[in-house]
Ligand binder design. Structure first.
Ligand SMILES: Nc1ncnc2c1ncn2[C@@H]1O[C@H](COP(=O)(O)OP(=O)(O)OP(=O)(O)O)[C@@H](O)[C@H]1O
Ligand SMILES: [Mg+2]
Length: 345
């Protein structure tokens, strides 16, 4: 299985070699743990997640629905609401622990240094305010004085995301925009204050395929052009192959593998990553479905969270949490198959 297989027909491979030295760390998440206290019990949504994003790097986060991608990034951005709570970990961003910031401090950082592009653009836009007012509010909230008027700056931001005739958009309301247009507006807002990190949670869900690619090309262009970094959450390994330098694979609220995209997609080490890659649709070939379901996040498994679905599970998987194994240029995975079976009780 290769990255080329994941993107049938395009032959596209990510640019970054496996051994690239980081140009400098921008975000380092360690031990991130988030729970939801629900009437059914404590949901173990995110369980000791570690990963990093270097400067000028695009990192993809993949995994099937419910595996904790959104809760992970929402935790980092201080957007988890009760009954959710970040109970442990750090998220060092440019020397500051985001998890230690409160209210106004965090709001100041979000927008200014970290731009967030949510899955549903309409949830990020205020339905009762004209678009130009929303741009002006962002600038006012961050005390930004632009060279020209706020409107000039908004016009430029919209032109940067390929909106011709920005005045019509600025004078309108969100409901007058198509999904693709609304997402462009949200991208323009996320980029407005020149953030060092852009966080995008499935930014193209619900858009048709052509628009999806246009939007992803646009985001990547804006990220790369300004030497920014991006954390890109997606279900789609094709998107990872085409747009990301490194990838973090999540399962049941844990990182089970990460590394350079070409390493992880060409030689996936974890059986879950292997299953995800097998499940990518390929023209002319029968669809392969991922069988089984995520474990119960209330009654969280003791050993490897993937054990119940793993074709190769053996005794230790049931009760021993796998340790990290690293190969090659930093590809890391958590699986007992990486070493000799341990002596079992
Ligand atoms: N408000 C909440 N209350 C209880 N549980 C929650 C809440 N929000 C999220 N969860 C649980 O946290 C887990 C992770 O959810 P999350 O939204 O991060 O998944 P995801 O990987 O982003 O999925 P998708 O690909 O569908 O967006 C899920 O089991 C979900 O049920
Ligand atoms: Mg999600």
């Amino acid at each position: 299985m290769t990255a080329r297989d994941v993107l049938p027909g395009t032959g596209a491979l990510p640019g970054a070699p496996a051994t690239t030295q980081p140009a400098g760390r921008l975000l380092e998440v360690s031990g991130l743990t988030t729970r939801f206290d629900t009437p059914d019990g404590l949901v173990h949504a995110v369980n000791g997640v570690d990963f990093h994003v270097d400067r000028a790097e695009i990192v993809g986060v993949v995994g099937e629905s419910g595996c904790g991608k959104s809760v992970t990034i929402r935790s980092i951005l201080g957007l988890v609401r009760p009954p959710g709570r970040v109970v442990d970990g750090t998220a060092m961003f440019d020397g500051v622990d985001l998890l230690g910031l409160r209210g106004a401090q965090l709001r100041r950082l979000r927008g200014r240094q970290i731009g967030f592009i949510a899955q549903n653009p309409f949830s990020a836009l205020n339905p009762v305010l004209r678009i130009h007012r929303q741009f002006a509010n962002i600038m006012a909230a961050h005390g930004v004085r632009s060279g020209g008027t706020a409107r000039d700056r908004a016009r430029t931001a919209l032109a940067d995301v390929g909106i011709a005739g920005p005045d019509r958009v600025l004078d309108g309301y969100p409901h007058q925009l198509s999904g693709g247009m609304a997402q462009r507006v949200v991208i323009a807002m996320a980029m407005l204050l020149d953030p060092a990190l852009v966080v995008a949670d499935e930014p193209t869900t619900g858009l048709d395929l052509t628009v999806q690619r246009q939007i992803l090309d646009l985001i990547r262009g804006l990220v790369q052009q300004h030497g920014r970094s991006m954390l890109l959450v997606t279900h789609d390994l094709g998107v990872v192959a085409q747009y990301c330098d490194r990838v973090v694979v999540m399962y049941a609220g844990k990182v089970i593998e990460h590394g350079a995209v070409r390493d992880v997609l060409n030689t996936p080490r974890h059986p879950y990553t292997q299953a995800l890659i097998r499940a990518v649709p390929r023209p002319g070939q029968p669809l392969v479905h991922l069988t089984g379901r995520l474990p119960d996040l209330v009654d969280y498994p003791r050993g490897c969270p993937f054990q119940a679905r793993c074709p190769d599970a053996f005794a230790p998987c049931d009760h021993v949490i796998p340790e990290a194994a690293t190969v090659g240029g930093g590809q890391t995975y958590w699986c007992h198959l990486s070493k000799e079976p341990e002596v079992v009780r």
